[in-house]
Design a protein around this ligand. Structure first.
Ligand SMILES: *Cc1c(COP(=O)(O)O)cnc(C)c1O
Length: 217
């Protein structure tokens, strides 16, 4: 199947209200252009240098989402143009994004990454750390970041009941925070292998790579 066909097939399974982030990491610019020509405008990348090169070489109405782990010393390279940072996983990273956004006179939208996987390897806050952070006065004073919601990754497993349970717990946390924090509008969860379950459990944004662009090496 072509990128065009893949994209159309995926879109057929996603409600209008759910944002599709086309995860184009490792893929050449021509692949992104093909998706762009089908109307796709939101792309996800996980490496700063690669994303910046693609931003420089593709149309300027693309929204670039940083979906991977962002190192603090690299925030300055994306602050000018990034549309959404999915993986904010520490107060220090949030502070650095605020600082760099200010230099560009921007407000950068961010999602806080929550550790939902039962496996031990993924980045992110636990529930207690998250509640502390959103209640923190220093954090509330940040003028150049806007926390728009949460992001999470389920355990990499064939056990779909476990995946569902993890997404469901993230959704509950999201709803809990929404009641006090009206800016919370985005719940980023779901990838190629589990996005249908994620949508059933309340995802508003899915990050899909290999099902659109083919598998990565
Ligand atoms: C690579 C990646 C994706 C996309 O994964 P696929 O399985 O190719 O859809 C989604 N989210 C994050 C954080 C990623 O790093």
């Amino acid at each position: 199947m072509s990128i065009k066909e893949n994209l159309l097939a995926i879109k057929d399974t996603i409600p209008e209200s759910v944002t599709l982030v086309a995860v184009s990491k490792t893929k050449p610019i021509s692949y992104l252009q093909e998706a762009y020509d089908q109307g796709q405008r939101v792309f996800g990348e996980n490496r700063v240098q690669e994303m910046t090169e693609k931003w420089e070489n593709l149309p300027k109405d693309i929204k670039w989402h940083m979906i991977g782990h962002l190192q603090r010393n690299k925030v300055k390279y994306v602050a000018e143009y990034v549309s959404l940072v999915h993986g904010v996983d520490s107060p220090r990273l949030l502070a650095e994004i605020n600082k760099q956004a200010k230099k560009h006179n921007r407000i950068i939208p961010c999602l806080l990454q929550v550790h939902i996987a039962e496996e031990d390897t993924k980045f992110g806050f636990n529930e207690e750390e998250l509640l502390d952070l959103v209640d923190n006065e220093e954090f509330k004073a940040f003028k150049n970041v806007k926390i728009e919601g949460l992001m999470g990754m389920a355990t990499f497993t064939d056990n779909m009941e476990q995946v569902r349970r993890e997404f469901s717990s993230l959704k509950s946390l999201f709803v809990k925070l929404q009641s006090t924090y009206s800016d919370f509008t985005t719940l980023s969860m779901g990838m190629s292998g589990d996005y249908k379950i994620a949508i059933e459990e309340g995802s508003t944004m899915v990050r899909i790579g290999s099902s659109i662009f083919g598998s990565r090496n």
